[in-house]
Design a protein around this ligand. Structure first.
Ligand code: GDP
Ligand code: CA
Length: 317
């Protein structure tokens, strides 16, 4: 890579972390990953931050790539013991993963901010780029479903994102601000990438953090998103169903349109399976399209995709 590419990436969990790992392998500390925290909850008395941890584990290489959460090879002895004690244990936290959550909770309880804890965890895991939660304030997501209202993790994990979603209520504090470094990373980057993450559950909460959408709109960065929808479907999770429920076309076109209308996209990356949507995206939305294989089955695939996206983005400068 010739000229240093300063990159800000907006990311959720599994799709986001995979793409983040690919970029990280190419540009190292020139990358800043801004991570969704709307999935954060207190469970078993611990502050869990699933998307942040997935990014940390994936970047550091200790994550379970295929599963998309937790530490590879982890055991679940604590979780099983909780079950034997009669505690509902549908939210699975592995034993090594538990250490992360214990330390995070301890530090938060002694007055640290989430971004400071995240920075410490990243450093201890040997990660050289910045990983920043979108905000240090608590964000609470309630999913109102056909089975009634439930917390985000009840919807996503306990009910496997199966109930029909009627509404999503994201409660945010009045004095919320982006975590330190978020706006600076967006404004100071040459490339602003949106990972192939769930647009509604992962990316929208980042953009709705006060000040972030304005920063994205006014940033002079080349803005490129990668589609999380492949062949008209989410590879996993409810992105396609949620898009339909919220009146969006559940396709790569629908994702491109959402970002194009929200903040203006320069480029959009679609899978070969959706190549036929390219001309519509280009002509109707005025967004340049790059077609390639976007399924990141392993880290080398992620690196290859990141390299292609970076090269494509470079042509849009
Ligand atoms: P979550 O927070 O764990 O739900 O993860 P994200 O929001 O980051 O990503 C969820 C989305 O990532 C889903 O819509 C998937 O279709 C998409 N996704 C996961 N892996 C890949 C991949 O390898 N390639 C692409 N293009 N999308 C992916
Ligand atoms: Ca998530």
């Amino acid at each position: 890579m010739g000229e240093a590419a300063v990159i800000a990436l907006l990311s959720g969990g599994v799709g986001g972390s995979r793409f983040a790992a690919g970029l990280y392998d190419l540009v190292g500390q020139e990358l800043t990953v801004i991570v969704n925290t709307a999935d954060d909850e207190v469970i078993y008395g611990l502050h869990i931050s699933p998307d942040v941890d997935t990014v940390l584990y994936t970047l550091s290489g200790i994550g379970d790539w295929e599963r998309g959460w937790g530490v590879a090879g982890d055991t679940f002895r604590c979780n099983e013991a909780l079950g034997r004690l009669g505690r509902d244990n549908w939210f699975r936290i592995g034993d090594a993963d538990l250490a992360t959550n214990l330390l995070r909770t301890e530090l938060l309880n002694s007055g640290w901010r989430l971004s400071e804890v995240t920075e410490l965890l990243a450093r201890r895991l040997g990660i050289r780029c910045r990983v920043i939660p979108m905000t240090d304030s608590r964000v609470r997501t309630t999913v109102v479903t056909s089975h009634g209202p439930m917390t985000f993790q009840e919807y996503f994990v306990k009910h496997r994102a199966e109930p029909e979603v009627l509404r999503i209520v994201v409660e945010r504090s009045q004095d919320e601000r982006p975590a330190p470094g978020v706006v600076e990373a967006i404004e100071g980057s040459g490339f602003l990438f949106v990972a192939p993450s769930n647009p509604i559950l992962s990316i929208r909460p980042i953009l709705e953090t006060r000040g972030v959408l304005d920063a994205v709109r006014s940033s002079g960065a080349v803005k490129v998103a990668v589609s999380p929808i492949v062949g008209g479907r989410a590879l996993r999770g409810p992105a396609d169903r949620l898009m339909r429920a919220f009146g969006m076309e559940p396709s790569a076109y629908g994702v491109a349109r959402y970002y194009a209308e929200l903040f203006g996209l320069d480029g959009f990356v679609v899978d070969r399976a959706d190549a036929s949507l390219s001309s519509r995206i280009e002509s109707e939305l005025g967004v340049r399209v790059y077609v390639t294989d976007t399924i990141m089955a392993d880290r080398s695939e992620a690196r290859r995709l990141a390299e292609e996206v970076l090269r494509f983005a470079g042509t849009l400068r």
